[in-house]
Design a protein around this ligand. Structure first.
Ligand code: IMP
Length: 440
C-alpha cells in the first residue's frame, strides 16, 4: 500500500503543483487533505498554463482518480468554476475522476466577508490572508457550527443550521459595519450548487482506504507550506489548517501506518506572500531580480511575493516536523547569473546563534541570519536534463543544501515545464522495488 505525501517545506509556493503533476503518472489516486481555495497550484503543460485551487493537480493526468478529502474547506462556487475551466481545456473528461468528501466543511459567503472585515480591522498587524474565508471557515468547524457538504442534501437540516449560523454571523458582521446575508438567498444558491456537485460527493475515506488495501499508489498533495502550519509555523502569521504531513491522515481519513514516505518540496531560494517574519528576505535588487526571473506573483491573489535566500534552518525544521525522507528542489534555474549565492545556516539573536527554528515570534522577527556564501554560476541551466550537466557551482550548491538539511535531493526542477526536470529517484518506484518500508 504505497502512500506518498508531498508537502511544502517553506511558506508555500514551492512548486508542489508541478511535482505532483510529474509524480501523478506513477499514482492511481491523488488526494488533497487540507486548505481550500487559498492554494494556487500552477502547472504548465506545453503552451497551456493551468492554475488549480481546490482540485488536486493530478487531474491533469488521464485516468487518475482525484480526491478532495474531509480536511479541505470547500468553496463550491470556485470549485464549479474550476471544473468548468479545466473541462474547457480538455481535461477531466470523465466525471468519476473527481470525488469529494461528504464531510468536507463549506466556505460560506459570510466567511469571506468576515475574513476581509477582520483583516481590515487588524490594520498594520494584518496577516495578509488571501481573503478566501479560510480562517473563518475553520473557526466554525472547530466551534462545531460549520456546514458540511453532506448537510446540503438534507434541506431541513441545512436551513436550520444556516439560520442558526446567520443569526450569529449577521450580528458579527454588523460590529464591523458590514452588511449581513439573507437566509433564502444563500439557501437557494447552495441547493443549486449542491445539485451540480452531487455526482462527485461520496465517502472518500472508504475510497482511499480501499485503494491502499488493493495496493494502489496514493499521492497525498499538501497545500501551503510547513511554515504556514497553524501549530508549527510562524504563528500567528500562518494559515488556519495543519499543512504538515501528519494532516494527510486526519484530512483524508486514513491511519499513519498507510504512509510510506514523505517528500518535501523546497524552492532553491525562499518566498513568502502575506505578512509575518522572513529572516532571509531580500529587499534589495537581488530580491527584485528573483521575483521577476522567478515570476514570483501569487497564483491566487496576484500579490508580489517577498523573496530571499535559501534558509536551511527552515527546511531542516520542515524535515523534522514532517518526517521528510526526500526533497524536490525547484527553480534552481532562477539563481543562474548571480555572482554568488547564500544559504542561511543559523539565526543570530542577542549574541546567541540558533541553528534550530525558534518557537518565539520575537526571535523570528528580530534575528539576523548567518550565511554561508558560495560562488554562483553564469550558465543558463533551464535546458539541462541530467545532474551531470549542471555547472560545477550549481552542483556544489545542491550538495551543500543536501548536507545542511540532512536529506537526499531526488528531483531538481529547472523550469515550469514537465520536461525541465531531473528525476533522480521516483518515490513510488522505490517503494515498489524495495517493498514497503515498514513491515505490517
Ligand atoms: P489564509 O490561508 O488565506 O487565511 O492566509 C493566511 C496566510 O497564509 C497568508 O499569509 C497567506 O498569504 C498565506 N497563504 C495561504 N495560502 C497560501 C498559498 O497557497 N501559498 C502561499 N501562501 C499562502
Amino acid at each position: 500500500m504505497p502512500g506518498v505525501v508531498i508537502v511544502g517545506t517553506q511558506w508555500g509556493d514551492e512548486g508542489k503543483g508541478k511535482i505532483v503533476d510529474i509524480l501523478a503518472s506513477s499514482a492511481d489516486l491523488i488526494v488533497r487533505f487540507q486548505g481550500g481555495s487559498n492554494a494556487g497550484h500552477t502547472v504548465v503543460i506545453g503552451s497551456k498554463k493551468v492554475v488549480l485551487h481546490q482540485i488536486p493537480s493530478g487531474i491533469l493526468s488521464p485516468r487518475k482518480k482525484c480526491i478532495i478529502g474531509n480536511g479541505v474547506v470547500l468553496d463550491l462556487e470556485q470549485l464549479l468554476n474550476e471544473i468548468r475551466d479545466i473541462k474547457a481545456l480538455g481535461y477531466m473528461k470523465d466525471d468519476s475522476s473527481l470525488q469529494i468528501s461528504d464531510e468536507a466543511q463549506l466556505v460560506m459567503p459570510y466567511h469571506k466577508r468576515i475574513d476581509l472585515a477582520k483583516e481590515r480591522a487588524r490594520g498594520k498587524s494584518k496577516i495578509g490572508t488571501t481573503g478566501r474565508g479560510i480562517g473563518p471557515a475553520y473557526e466554525d468547524k472547530v466551534a462545531r457550527i460549520g456546514i458540511r457538504l453532506i448537510d446540503l442534501f438534507d434541506q431541513e437540516l441545512f436551513r436550520d443550521k444556516l439560520a442558526q449560523a446567520l443569526k450569529e454571523k449577521n450580528w458579527y458582521l454588523s460590529r464591523f459595519g458590514e452588511e449581513g446575508f439573507e437566509l433564502y438567498e444563500i439557501f437557494h444558491d447552495f441547493l443549486g450548487m449542491a445539485a451540480k456537485i452531487k455526482k462527485y460527493v461520496t465517502n472518500t475515506s472508504l475510497v482511499v482506504n480501499h485503494g491502499l488495501k488493493r495496493g494502489e499508489s496514493v499521492l497525498f498533495e499538501g497545500a501551503q507550506g510547513t511554515m504556514l502550519d497553524v501549530d508549527h509555523g510562524t504563528y500567528p502569521y500562518v494559515t488556519s489548517s495543519n499543512t504538515v504531513a501528519a494532516q494527510a491522515c486526519t484530512g483524508s481519513g486514513i491511519g499513519p501506518t498507510m504512509i510510506n514516505c514523505v517528500m518535501g518540496v523546497s524552492k532553491a531560494y525562499t518566498t513568502r506572500v502575506g505578512s509575518g517574519p522572513f529572516p532571509t528576505e531580500l529587499t534589495d535588487e537581488i530580491g527584485e531580480r528573483l521575483r521577476e526571473k522567478g515570476g514570483e506573483y501569487g497564483a491566487t491573489t496576484g500579490r508580489p511575493r517577498r523573496c530571499g535566500w535559501f534558509d536551511a534552518v527552515v527546511v531542516r525544521y520542515a524535515v523534522r516536523i514532517n518526517g521528510i525522507d526526500s526533497i524536490a528542489l525547484t527553480k534552481l534555474d532562477v539563481l543562474s547569473g548571480l555572482p554568488s549565492v547564500k544559504i542561511c545556516t543559523g539565526y543570530r539573536f542577542k549574541k546567541k546563534v540558533f541553528t534550530e527554528a525558534p518557537s518565539s515570534l520575537r526571535v523570528w522577527q528580530e534575528c539576523v541570519p548567518v550565511y554561508e556564501e558560495m560562488a554562483g554560476w553564469p550558465e543558463d541551466i533551464s535546458a539541462v536534463r541530467d545532474i551531470k550537466g549542471l555547472p560545477r557551482n550549481a552542483k556544489s550548491y545542491v550538495k551543500k543544501i543536501e548536507e545542511m538539511i540532512g536529506v537526499k535531493i531526488i528531483l531538481v526542477s529547472l523550469g515550469n515545464e514537465r520536461k525541465q526536470t531531473i528525476l533522480l529517484e521516483n518515490p513510488f518506484k522505490k517503494i515498489h522495488t524495495v517493498g514497503t518500508k515498514r513491515s505490517r
